[in-house]
Design a protein around this ligand. Structure first.
Ligand SMILES: [Cu+2]
Length: 76
């Protein structure tokens, strides 16, 4: 058990197709926010990017991609 820090937190920036409006943005943020270990989600509609900060001990990048896909968008 580590208490103060460590390298568990990572940030990924994913290219996501299909997000076209604020509703899409909110959907992606909401769905990713439900995952344990996801600390922050930033959606860039113009850039078609989703930046996620997460704890790699609790959730994986694959799981994040799967969640975006299940929400109806395409991770490219
Ligand atoms: Cu939309």
């Amino acid at each position: 058990m580590s208490c103060c820090g460590g390298n568990d937190k990572v940030n990924v920036s994913l290219n996501v197709e299909g997000m076209s409006c604020n509703h899409c943005k909110m959907t992606v943020e909401k769905e990713l926010g439900k995952l344990a270990g996801v600390e922050s989600v930033e959606v860039d509609l113009e850039g078609k990017k989703v930046a996620v900060t997460y704890d790699q001990k609790k959730v994986t990048e694959d799981k994040i991609k799967e969640t975006i896909t299940n929400a109806g968008y395409e991770v490219v």
